[in-house]
Design a protein around this ligand. Structure first.
Ligand SMILES: NC(=O)c1ccc[n+]([C@@H]2O[C@H](COP(=O)([O-])OP(=O)(O)OC[C@H]3O[C@@H](n4cnc5c(N)ncnc54)[C@H](OP(=O)(O)O)[C@@H]3O)[C@@H](O)[C@H]2O)c1
Length: 471
């Protein structure tokens, strides 16, 4: 670059949507940052458009210049697409670095990749962090929620930068070290699974309003706005209201009425469901949400089904009220988070992470997509009753007593009227199963013993009994 410049405190590779926003955020908080991007023109455009922050940013054209521009021990954030590209980027960087230089993968990595990279780094005496960053472009620019994983000492080297740029919830930074290896990316994955479920339950309420109650998009917007002033207050309820209120500049119709009913995904919800299966953690609300996205993409099949069986949704004729829907969403949300935290608990035990559950709830209170007022109460409940399923914590048990009737009514009426509520139904079944001391798995044990001599426990004591059906 020719110029002699002071060394930067941190570097970032990958000036895409997230990397550019994160770099500006870092510079905005007074930290000198060097940036590198595969496509050099992007680097220069980014620097030219950085305005008053340009002084804090050192654009570099080669990996060598980039590395040389950083103060030692170096800290380098990668913001490139997850997967093989991260491995390639690490492999290209390492020969240019000293062993105590820190590489931080801030993309949406599969936590198993992060575990592997952490292990490889550890064996080689190198330092690596995997951090989950939530909040999209806006969050990255003005305050994301950050979930860190890797050696604690490495986290502490950059914690002052990460906490400075993170979202702020009433004076507390939404950036926390979650544990070793892939802990941060695992927490981010579960965050995304919960995000899928929150979004699905909101979409189910929207469907009831639209098809069951015959409401227009602008009426629906009003319902969401009302709910956003109550216990459901959250970013997702708020933006759902804004989506419902928006008008298509092209046709003049409600935006919701011109958006095709086919939802995309990048796979983090699926990862949550897959890991839950590995860990034997029941997360049926999140699984239902992932399945619903998959079904949404099968539009031609759904059209074929409607042609064969007729359209499912029927008007509710006053069978449900807005209050019923609000109650159902509250209950569904509690069930979904109870399951998410259960999954985190299982993962924590399996991988030896000791995940700080109240801290997980705290970092999600601001900056991320699932931010909501209820998370503050969850942090309190997880502190006061750490070993209890969230739904049994006194505060949430009271909330469930108040709302499970509405959840049942919504699921029942919706089912009778052909309105699809897979995630809310899963929430209701989970609630009922979790308060049924005498379940039905005795039949399953009987079947297993019948066909496979698997044995069973008896209610009057003892294990490995067999039934009279075997020879
Ligand atoms: N977008 C979001 O809302 C969001 C939210 C949370 C997390 N994330 C995660 O953040 C990461 C970055 O996402 P993004 O949305 O910022 O992506 P993006 O806009 O597509 O940018 C990708 C960046 O990676 C670089 N890149 C792509 N392929 C490369 C390769 N083979 N070698 C080196 N550099 C390469 C690109 O450089 P060029 O300019 O040369 O193409 C670009 O700078 C991903 O892991 C994503 O899942 C995204």
């Amino acid at each position: 670059m020719g110029r002699v410049m002071a060394k930067s405190e941190i570097g970032l590779i990958g000036l895409g949507t997230m990397g550019a926003a994160l770099s500006l955020n870092i510079a905005d908080h007074g930290f000198a940052i060097s940036v590198f991007n595969r496509t050099t023109t992007t680097t220069h455009e980014f620097h030219a458009e950085a305005g008053t922050l340009a002084d804090k940013i050192t654009p570099t054209e080669t990996p060598e210049d980039f590395v040389a521009s950083l103060a030692s021990p170096r800290a380098i954030i990668l913001m490139v697409p997850a997967g093989e590209i991260v491995d390639k980027q690490i492999a290209a960087l390492r020969p240019l670095l000293d062993p105590d230089d820190l590489i931080i993968d801030a993309g949406n990595a599969n936590f198993r990749d992060t575990q592997r990279r952490a292990e490889t780094a550890d064996k080689a005496g190198e330092v690596f962090l995997g951090i989950g960053v939530s909040g999209g472009e806006e969050g990255a620019r003005f305050g994301p929620s950050i979930m860190g994983g890797g050696p604690k000492a490495a986290w502490e080297r950059v914690a002052h930068i990460l906490t400075a740029i993170a979202a702020d919830y009433e004076g507390t930074a939404c950036a926390t070290w979650m544990g070793q290896g892939g802990a941060g990316h695992f927490v981010k994955t579960v965050h995304n699974g919960i995000e899928y479920a929150d979004m699905q339950m909101i979409a189910e309420a929207y469907g009831i309003l639209r098809d069951g109650m015959g409401q227009s998009a602008s009426d629906i917007a009003k319902a969401f706005k009302t709910w956003n002033n109550g216990p459901l207050q959250s970013y997702l309820i708020e933006i759902s209201g804004e989506v419902a209120a928006a008008t298509d500049p092209k046709s003049g119709a409600a935006m919701l009425d011109v958006i095709l009913d086919r939802a995309g995904q990048k796979g983090t919800g699926r990862w949550t469901a897959v890991e839950a299966q590995h860990l034997a953690a029941p997360i049926p609300v999140i699984e239902a949400a992932v399945a619903a996205r998959n079904i949404s993409t099968a539009k031609p099949s759904r059209e074929e089904g409607e042609a064969i069986f007729g359209a499912a949704p029927q008007p509710l004729d006053g069978a449900l009220t807005l209050d019923d829907l609000e109650g159902a969403l509250i209950a569904g949300k509690i069930m979904c988070y109870a399951q998410g935290f259960h999954l985190l608990n299982n993962a924590s035990a399996e991988f030896g992470w000791e995940l700080p559950m109240p801290e997980v709830a705290r970092v999600w209170r601001a900056g991320c997509i699932i931010r909501s007022s209820m998370l503050n109460d969850m942090a309190t409940a997880l502190t006061e009753t750490p070993d209890t399923n969230l739904m049994f914590a006194p505060f949430f048990a009271d909330k469930m007593r108040d709302t499970h009737g509405a959840l049942r009514k919504v699921v029942a009426r919706a089912s009778e009227h052909g309105l699809t509520v897979p995630a809310l139904s899963a929430a209701l079944s989970y609630f009922d199963m979790m308060r049924t001391a005498r379940g039905t798995a005795n039949m399953i044990q009987g079947q297993r013993d019948f066909f496979g001599a698997h044995g069973f426990e008896r209610v009057d004591g003892g294990s490995d009994h067999h039934g009279p059906w075997g020879s």
